[in-house]
Write a protein that binds this ligand. Sequence first.
Ligand SMILES: Nc1ncnc2c1ncn2[C@@H]1O[C@H](COP(=O)(O)OP(=O)(O)OP(=O)(O)O)[C@@H](O)[C@H]1O
Length: 300
Amino acid sequence: MDRSGGRDRGAAVATHDLTKHYGAVVALDSLDLEVRAGEIFGFLGPNGAGKSTTIRLLLGLVRPTRGTATILGVPVDDVARAHRLVGYVPGDVALWPQLTGTETLELLGNVAGGVDAAFRDELLERLQLDPSPRVRSLSKGNRQKVALVAAMMTRPEVLLLDEPTAGLDPLMEAEFQLLAREAAARGQTLFLSSHILDEVQDLCDRVGILRAGRLVEVATLNDLRRIGATKVEIVVDGLLPTLDDVPGVSAVETVAGNPGAVRVTVTGSPGPLLQRLAGVPVVRLRTEEPSLEEIFLTYY
Ligand SMILES: Nc1ncnc2c1ncn2[C@@H]1O[C@H](COP(=O)(O)OP(=O)(O)OP(=O)(O)O)[C@@H](O)[C@H]1O
């Protein structure tokens, strides 16, 4: 979905052959990715897949072994310019323990510039964060909220968020989702890493799936659902036609005790199966869509 309001600003995030080795470990292997301006892009993968490494590379916090990355056309190694365009929440939020939340936001706001104080206060209220205690005495979830407010309060063009809702309770997670949608509606781009499918499935336009440092898929969630195999149970009155050779049909299982019943798995269009069943007295046809969880497990 294009939420950029028709503005054509090119790719918000673009990487080419982006690669990071740590000794013998290939944390990220030749990533080619384009995230469009104004989209909410989910970056999914199991622990250790390379999500945080990618975000650190985009922030210029680590240097690539090979390859390039840009934020709205600005090379990420031009740190001063690139950081004017981004807000971020790191995976392991590290803040100054001796400062209060308010002081932290003031400090980070001075560095970033362009803080809208009214919007910052709205964020604090909506995330129900009292920023007056010292950071050292804040819970993990509340520290996460400080980082979220700091990332969002300047309304940056691009938000790079590494597991942004880690430690938030479900109510606050829902509020974060609202804030993320509002940001995208304003034309901001969100790049959201997560290993939790639920977190991205309601929010993201497209997702990239990373496994062991390699991008294995980039697709909309609807496309992913279509890629998955649908289970179909068919009951006919009489003899079943042969189904093994129907294009897209696999895992044909008969049902014990019922010679007219069969379970099959269909990938892609169900058309060929329906053609084969034309003229057969079908008494029951039940389909079961794959859950996104099942689809993701096939990638992981
Ligand atoms: N500083 C480092 N030194 C050595 N190896 C590292 C370093 N940082 C990351 N790695 C390795 O690179 C790989 C990718 O790690 P990364 O933190 O990017 O994964 P991730 O997808 O963010 O995982 P998680 O969901 O657990 O945060 C892992 O094998 C990790 O052990």
